[in-house]
Write a protein that binds this ligand. Structure first.
Ligand code: NOJ
Length: 762
């Protein structure tokens, strides 16, 4: 026994001898993988670690050759059965017939595009988000996709970062709950089902905290802040069963995540017990050279595999350098085997050893048209999109609009089916997307009248246009209107003059809130501001419909508008959903998952800041307190804020006891009343403050929420339960503790206007 193990380690056991060993039953995952590993040559093992992007420029023939030779483990970006079947056929021609997997960025939908993640988070609706995960998986799996690079759970507290749009906002608790339901939705009953896809939680870790909000920049953060605020969402996704983790492009306290043994090994695998696959981000291993931690490709590959990066996304270094590193003994066989085992394990979990064609299906079942309308899940998309819209202002009940009204619809984003799907819109097609213009036309249905004028371009800044258009595919380009700005505004004013109300759809084009789209300003571009100003001067009621992927500083716009509806990028059914809210067919219920600052200079502005020694007190002279003196302090719109056509009151917060004994529970009860004549939904939010602790703790932290539908005039008592685990935090020594003393409990319909009680933890 001993000698055969030694022989195995030295690669001396002949393939024939191993092949002769009976393969263990497929049901025994570990034994099956060990047996397979024992049959693999070193080159085949290295091949499994390579994840290759399929692009139109990539010769399909060449890829298939590489696969058949066992030199590729998986691909991403190809996403129909006719594209993927020949690759799987090639894998079935390889010596060991190890199946390929096919991955894709199905982030907020595959063919049916749902609101961007920030919009999904605005719904605070876990059932709706489960629907998004499930529907995305069903569509992606039917496209022969086995794995998605989602959910993206990076906490973002600096909206200058363009990828704020891809995450679920600023809050640890809300993002963690969403991470769980998204993973469960994507993976379904089991990742091995034909209609499930494996969830890859990303970007591990702290990508949302890049310095200055500038993409790919460094992250420097204290360990308690990491553990308390930034790491829990990844952990929540993993604990919900996510099959893998994508590693972030940034460095963490000086060490790039891709070379970070502490992050990948000590924290992820040892402390958290993660058993899945780890995948580098695109080209990240090679980037270790430019990070300044690897001299060359050889060292980069060595650092990455030693740190625990199993698969290399689209760079050639594992293929090129691992053979030499193994030969020189700088990377051990055990290190290689560990990585290969995780990749094989992921393929096993995706059900691919049982059936490599599980999601590809049979050729005779291939679809005639992968873009067929019948494949879309429009009803679900419309329902979720309505829930993601946030009503920010509604003076004098400007909204909802009457369907008999004459509406002037203006703005560069009013008729923008490509933009409405947002970034990372997978295989969503603009011809399927309902623009705001189309949505309003449907809603008015010939009763009222719709007058449309573009009114302005998204921006007239040529440098910005060049930047955004550089990456956009041919049909995605932002094309400037040939008419002078004044002529466009005049056209909009003519429409406004004939209308009862003006609806202006303004904000950002989809490319402005994307990867590599960091901004120094959070303003609506000047061309659109000029349009808003001119519209305001008409005196007609002005409704701003915002389309954007990050909080914008709309302090000035707030003064111009009678109503403001934040719609993010609301997806395939966005236009219909927006019309549903504008005309009152749906009563808005969204709440902000991220703070809106008044200006870019206030950043970082998030609700759960730690206590400080000299906080500013609103309304009191501010010298020597923490504030900026040029503008009012505090946010423009706080976390958790959002209006409804109904009005609600919250009262009578009571706690079941004045103290909590460890191991026991405490109830907080509160009464919510719908004081209006309309049925409506709202979100009751429970926050906790650890008043005195060994470290300054946040002034409040979300620890629970309930989205409730109340009939007109209905009163309901809600109960929240708190236990010791809700009071725990990581202290300076990184021990997770709940320290005795006073805790404040706050409940509100946003994070600012709250009722408060307190209790003592003994
Ligand atoms: C780079 C992005 O950072 C990541 O989020 C994405 O999943 C990969 N590219 C693959 O498209």
């Amino acid at each position: 026994m001993k000698s055969s193990l030694l022989g195995l380690a030295l690669g001396l056991v002949s393939q024939a001898a191993l092949a002769a060993t009976a393969a263990p039953p497929l049901q025994d995952k570990q034994a099956f993988i060990d047996h397979l590993l024992g049959q693999m040559s070193q080159a085949e093992k290295i091949g499994q670690l390579r994840l290759i992007s399929i692009s139109p420029e990539m010769p399909a023939e060449k890829i298939r050759e590489e696969i058949a030779a066992g030199r590729i483990g998986g691909t991403f970006n190809s996403r129909t059965a006719p594209e993927n079947r020949p690759m799987q056929d090639a894998a079935m021609r390889s010596r060991l017939k190890i199946p390929m997997f096919f991955a894709y960025d199905t982030v907020h939908g595959e063919r049916t595009i749902f609101p961007i993640s920030l919009g999904l988070a605005s719904s605070w609706d876990m059932d709706a988000i489960t629907t998004v995960g499930r529907t995305s998986a069903i569509e992606a799996a039917a496209d022969s996709v086995d794995m998605t690079f989602a959910p993206m759970v990076d906490i973002a507290r600096d909206p200058r970062w363009g990828r704020t749009s891809e995450g679920f906002g600023e809050d640890t608790y809300l993002t963690s709950r969403i991470a769980e339901v998204m993973v469960r939705g994507l993976q379904g009953k089991s990742g091995a089902e034909h209609d499930s896809v494996m969830a890859i939680v990303k970007h591990f870790a702290l990508y949302g905290a890049v310095e200055g909000g500038r993409d790919y920049n460094v992250v420097d953060m204290s360990l308690p802040k990491m553990y308390n605020d930034y790491l829990p969402p990844y952990r929540a996704g993993i604990d919900a069963g996510a099959g893998g983790v994508m590693v972030a492009l940034n460095s963490i306290n000086g060490v790039p995540a891709t070379a970070n043994t502490w992050l990948m090994n000590d924290l992820l695998r040892q402390q958290w017990g993660f058993k899945g696959v780890t995948i580098s981000d695109h080209g990240a291993i090679k980037e270790l050279i430019r990070h300044g931690v690897a001299r060359d490709g050889r060292e980069a590959a060595k650092l990455a595999i030693k740190a625990g990066i199993d698969m290399s996304m689209n760079d050639s270094l594992y293929g090129e350098e691992l053979p030499g590193l193994l030969k020189a003994g700088e990377v051990s066989q055990a290190e290689l085997d560990r990585a290969v085992r995780e990749v094989l394990g992921a393929k096993y979990d995706m059900g691919l050893f049982k059936d490599p064609y599980l999601r590809i299906g049979k050729a005779e079942d291939d679809l005639q048209d992968y873009y067929a309308e019948t494949r879309l899940h429009r009803a679900a998309a419309r329902d979720v999109a309505r829930r993601s819209l946030v009503l920010l202002e509604n003076r004098d009940d400007t909204l909802p609009l009457r369907k008999s009204a004459t509406v002037a619809l203006v703005g560069p984003l009013a008729d923008a089916p490509l933009d409405i799907m947002g970034s990372w819109a997978a295989d969503g097609r603009p011809e399927h997307a309902v623009s705001v213009r189309e949505g309003l036309e449907h809603a008015l249905d010939g009763k009222g009248k719709l007058l449309y004028a573009k009114g302005a371009d998204v921006t007239r800044d040529n440098a910005i246009l060049d930047y955004l258009n550089f990456f956009n595919a041919k049909d995605d380009k932002i094309v400037l209107d040939p008419r002078p700005p004044a002529v466009m505004i005049d056209e909009a004013l003519k429409a406004a003059a004939q209308a009862d109300v003006v609806v202006a759809v303004v904000g950002e084009s989809k490319g402005m809130s994307h990867e590599s789209a960091s901004r120094t300003s959070l303003d609506i571009p000047a061309s659109q501001k000029a349009l808003i100003k001119a519209l305001k001067d008409t005196g007609k009621p002005l409704v701003l419909v915002l389309m954007n992927g990050r909080p914008l500083s709309i302090t000035w716009e707030r003064e111009q508008a009678d109503a403001i509806l934040e719609t993010w990028f609301s997806g395939t059914e966005g236009g219909n959903a927006i019309a549903d809210v504008l005309f009152g067919d749906y009563n808005p219920s969204g709440k902000l998952p991220i703070t809106f600052p008044r200006s870019v200079g206030q950043i970082p502005m998030y609700y759960n800041r730690p206590s400080i020694g000299r906080p500013a007190t609103p309304g009191e002279p501010g010298n020597y307190t923490s504030q900026y003196f040029e503008e009012p302090n505090g946010p423009l719109y706080p976390f958790g804020y959002g209006l409804s056509y109904s009005s609600f009151t919250l009262s009578d917060l009571t706690l079941s006891a004045d103290h909590l004994q460890r191991g026991q529970r405490l109830q907080a009860k509160v009464t919510v009343k719908n004081t209006s004549e309309r049925d409506g939904e709202t979100v009751a939010q429970l926050y906790v403050q650890d008043v005195t602790a060994s470290m300054s703790r946040p002034v409040k932290e979300l620890k629970g929420f309930q989205k409730v539908l109340l009939k007109a005039g209905e009163t309901r008592e809600l109960t929240f339960t708190l236990s010791e685990s809700d009071l725990k935090f990581f202290n300076a020594q990184l021990q997770q503790v709940a320290e005795p003393g006073q805790f404040n409990v706050q409940v509100g319909l946003d994070s600012q206007n709250v009722q408060q009680q307190h209790f003592e933890l003994r």
